[in-house]
Ligand binder design. Sequence first.
Ligand code: NAD
Length: 281
Amino acid sequence: MPVHDTTAYIPVENVSWDFSDQVVLVTGAAHGQGASHAQRFAEYGANLVVSDIAGEMEHVTYDLGSVSELEETAEACRSFGGECLSAVCDVRRDDQVKSLVDRAIERFGRIDVLISNAGIATPSSIKDMPLSQWTETMETNLKGSFLFCRHVVPHMIEAGTGRIVLTGSTQTVGSINDLAHYTAAKHGVQGLARALALELEGHDITVNVVCPTAVDTHINAVFSDEAWSAEAGRLVGAWNFFQEEMIHEREITEAMMWLASREVSPMSGSTLMVDAGCMAK
Ligand SMILES: NC(=O)c1ccc[n+]([C@@H]2O[C@H](COP(=O)([O-])OP(=O)(O)OC[C@H]3O[C@@H](n4cnc5c(N)ncnc54)[C@H](O)[C@@H]3O)[C@@H](O)[C@H]2O)c1
């Protein structure tokens, strides 16, 4: 019997959060983990800013979020009673990121929490990887976090407080086959968090990284190839401690919410592995 049955996920009991009247911005919120993060913050009182590229990308072969899914996330957030601003925004585009942050500040006056979640995975060996594929991943998975930090941090400094949580991966500390660009970007996310944490010392603004193991979302459609999966599993030590290959997005959401809490101030520049023991092997 599995230790942890992810097919019948039961929300952790006796855990509650208070994000009343806080403003939380989540990128990549149309579906997957981002939609889960946004809805859970809304459930605990936050007003939300949700964004997504809601379109296609050159090297991505699986479904990215759509406009209708982004609206579904926004509606679900509003159903908890708070406000939600939704907007299409490509995290690679400085002008779009600045415009979204400006609109959020105009609407709510501040951004208390930044959850940088948008990301892609497009496996390829280095020898077969076109430069455009490298750039697409680096710009989405690393530059996107930099751009949001760059535009949100001045407002957090002005407010005297803030929480930033970036999304890493088990590839923040290790690697698997055909993911050099993804690995480089996710290692970079950790470096970005450490550097920014130092830069923000004394401001009550923390910057941390949550590193999920495989989560059951759209991105994993690219990893359905059995040979690839077997080799990747061998490299990371046969995946997780649990029987299932993937965990539920809510497991990641809870970690995000903990690091986003005002109460968690001694932790900054840290990397929290939510990896079911995967990288301990
Ligand atoms: N699912 C996993 O197994 C797993 C494991 C480790 C880390 N992660 C990371 O978790 C994060 C969330 O991924 P997910 O599992 O929810 O995948 P997902 O593909 O289900 O969702 C990703 C979302 O990001 C959006 N997005 C992609 N590129 C974008 C861009 N340039 N601008 C704006 N939005 C963009 C997509 O449209 C989509 O809605 C990513 O950073 C990913 O690298 C995922």
